[in-house]
Design a protein around this ligand. Sequence first.
Ligand code: PAF
Length: 273
Amino acid sequence: MKTWSQQTREEGKTLGLVPTMGYLHEGHLSLAHKSLSTCDRTVVSIFVNPKQFGPNEDLDTYPRDLESDRLELERLGVDALFLPTSEDMYPEEFQTYVHVEEITDKLCGESRRELFRGVTTLVLKLFHIVKPYSAFFGEKDRQQLEVIRKMVDDLNLDIQIVGLPIVREPDGLAMSSRNQYLGNTERKTAKSLNEALQKAQQLIAQGESSAETIRSRIRTIIEREGQAQVDYISVCDPKRFEELEEIQGKTMIALAVHVGKARLIDNCLIERI
Ligand code: PAF
């Protein structure tokens, strides 16, 4: 990978990197499309990163379908697929981690302690190996995107980080590799995350400015479905992830909800002037 990416740079070509954990869906493909249309060459990496899973999480059952991913990426015209093994990335003597402080303590970082340290360590390694001009991430994981931006800023990396909008199923559910854990009735529950976000946006547009009212309306919509177990409902500022009392200026509404075996996340950004 290092040799290929160096050759690409020597040819004066820009390189786009799309880091993924595989089991690709339209959301991932939109990142690859963007890279293909804005960079000369595109690398997609597939690596189910063990360092970002907690001990009781779904590392072993995380969906994988390398053959179908490979075909899809070939069809799109992606130039290289990077498939490191765990031993490549984390040999036995591995002991260096990258940790972004403060903003990783909030939201997903609060309930998934290993998550962001694992993500930033892996992503920084990918950046060093591939040395991309741009790297592409989805806004469904908006906290992850901000954590990566922070790492890039704080460590003076010369990489353009591009965030792209959430891609949704026709019923509004944000696309995720973990959606395949959902059975039929769970799927109905899962839809309520987006419905709750839509309702929240509508209430805010009608003048509601209390963050607590919004949180409580969202909870009612999600818990109505029965099978949902809320991890968090957040109305916060979109950079520092601090909870707000009053909705003013740029605001993020973010949710994490367990539905059956799946832990689903979704979010939206609003701006109130
Ligand atoms: O968003 C993901 O799929 C992963 O967290 C990432 C960025 C590929 C790192 O493993």
